[in-house]
Write a protein that binds this ligand. Structure first.
Ligand code: HEM
Length: 450
């Protein structure tokens, strides 16, 4: 257990709580038909929904997890624990201003579209506080183990995402004359989306997953040389998409070739990652897998489905028409599925560490697994994944009402999972006397005592 890190990052649980609130908000928006598919993919309403999911839920949850796990990956403490709360506040304030800016842009509220650049700048400050903190933490631990290098590339990608997003925010609010044609701006959006969903969220999640999978399955760490090859492919993909893409946008040409090349490199990265993950599963010593791992498998299945769907859509020339379904499967099947699966373990573990860590060895304490009831929780996870897959299919056949029904099932399943997380936090499933032995202090719901 010591390898999961003895130090608790104080606000990690708070990041998770806020992230989950944004996830539920996004799901409710989909249920009531706000944004795509009820509205156009490029409409301001869709931009609200996209950023609630990408920044509010996915980025916030990932930041919280990284503050806890980057120190574990490199066996060195976080550069600054004190920066983590201000970063959380900046990210949320910036996101709210950005969302208000999008709503103003769509004429839904009578406020100024200047909120867009205001939001962008506050978000940049928030992401800078996260990136510099993680960057300096990694810098002090050179030479970095392979999984930590993924995080370094991911952090570089979130900086690129935020920078490009800021240019859009300035352009959309009329602060800078749109320097390029509409086509070029549309290409810019794909670079921003690839850097965010692919570079920042996917590469970072991949890096952390190497360590977490090995840890929870008692498998030997994946071959470092092989991980480095996967990393090289991933970093190469991002270099092609971001540097090549920005160059093509500025030069006003060649973006299709750049995106095609990035797609091939991306495919190679995922192929290599698949190879590494299969090796981890083969080498595991733990035969019966915990719920978090079984659910991680479903998120990996979703990632494989993303590759299949992308290939199918590209082959039939319908990728652009179905970009919404593709992005939905990336965001909810792969990324959200993985994060929810991992949260189920991490929340229980961090709670255990906080409450029983200080009294361990002095009195009888429960095991981490005693904080959860997997059989009860598993149904919510199954409903969640089935609903996500059904919702993707409904997007593909343009069945908007059926999509909203599937989104409702996702919302109910998420609420079920959140209820289980809250029970773990409150130690409600720990048997009588073991629950709070002498000297142990009950945890708070949404922050940790460190
Ligand atoms: C400082 C942070 C950010 C700002 C200011 C920002 C701003 C914007 C703006 C203004 C657009 C609309 C572009 C246009 O159509 O003209 C956009 C689109 C988009 N953003 Fe961001 N963004 C930020 C961060 C992110 C992150 C972290 C992600 C993903 C992880 C992301 C994902 C996307 C996606 C997928 C779209 C395309 C949505 C669509 O066309 O429906 N953004 N962003």
């Amino acid at each position: 257990m010591a390898m999961m890190g003895g130090n608790l990052s104080r606000w990690t649980i708070s990041y998770f709580a806020v992230a989950i609130a944004w996830l539920l908000a996004a799901e409710v928006l989909m249920v009531v038909g706000f944004g795509a598919p009820s509205a156009d993919v490029a409409s301001p309403d869709t931009l609200v929904l996209v950023h609630v999911v990408c920044i509010g839920w996915l980025s916030m949850a990932l930041c919280g997890a990284l503050f806890q796990f980057v120190p574990v990956l490199i066996a060195k403490p976080l550069f600054s624990e004190r920066w983590t709360l201000p970063a959380l506040l900046l990210l949320n304030a910036g996101l709210m201003a950005l969302l208000a800016g999008f709503l103003a842009l769509g004429g839904r509220i009578p406020w100024s579209v200047s909120l867009l650049p205001v939001g962008a700048i506050v978000l940049v400050a928030g992401f800078a506080a996260v990136s510099i903190n993680l960057g300096l933490t990694l810098w002090r631990a050179r030479p970095l183990p392979a999984p930590a290098r993924f995080v370094a590339v991911g952090v570089a990608c979130v900086c690129a995402t935020a920078a490009i997003g800021t240019v859009f925010a300035l352009a959309r609010s009329g602060r800078i004359a749109e320097p390029l044609g509409a086509d070029a701006l549309a290409s810019g959006v794909s670079i921003h989306a690839i850097a965010g969903l692919g570079g920042w969220l996917t590469l970072t999640a991949m890096g952390v997953s190497y360590r977490l999978l090995a840890m929870f399955m008692l498998a030997p760490d994946a071959d470092a040389r092989k991980i480095r090859a996967t990393l090289l492919a991933g970093a190469g993909t991002m270099a092609i998409a971001i540097a090549g893409g920005v160059f093509a946008v500025v030069a006003e040409g060649g973006i299709d070739a750049v995106l095609a090349l990035a797609a091939v490199a991306g495919l190679m990265t995922l192929g290599l990652y698949g190879r590494d993950v299969i090796a981890l599963f083969r080498g595991r010593k733990r035969r019966s897998l915990e719920l978090n791992i079984r659910m991680t498998v479903l998120s990996l299945v979703s990632l494989a489905a993303v590759v299949l769907l992308g290939g199918l859509l590209a082959a039939t020339g319908s990728f652009v028409r179905h970009i919404g379904a593709f992005a939905f499967l990336v965001a909810f099947g792969w990324l959200s599925g993985l994060i929810l699966a991992k949260l189920y373990k991490i929340v229980a573990f961090l709670t255990w560490l906080e409450v029983y860590g200080p009294v361990m060895g002095r009195t009888a304490t429960p095991r981490v697994q005693d904080l959860v009831v997997e059989r009860r929780a598993s149904k919510w996870f199954f409903i969640y994944f089935l609903a996500v897959w059904a919702a993707t299919a409904m997007l593909l056949v343009d069945a908007t009402l059926a999509f909203r029904t599937a989104a409702l099932a996702m919302t109910i399943a998420t609420a079920g999972i959140v209820h289980e997380l809250a029970r773990a936090r409150r130690l409600l499933d720990v048997a009588g006397a073991l629950r709070l032995p002498a000297g142990a202090i009950a945890p708070r719901l949404m922050s940790s005592r460190t």
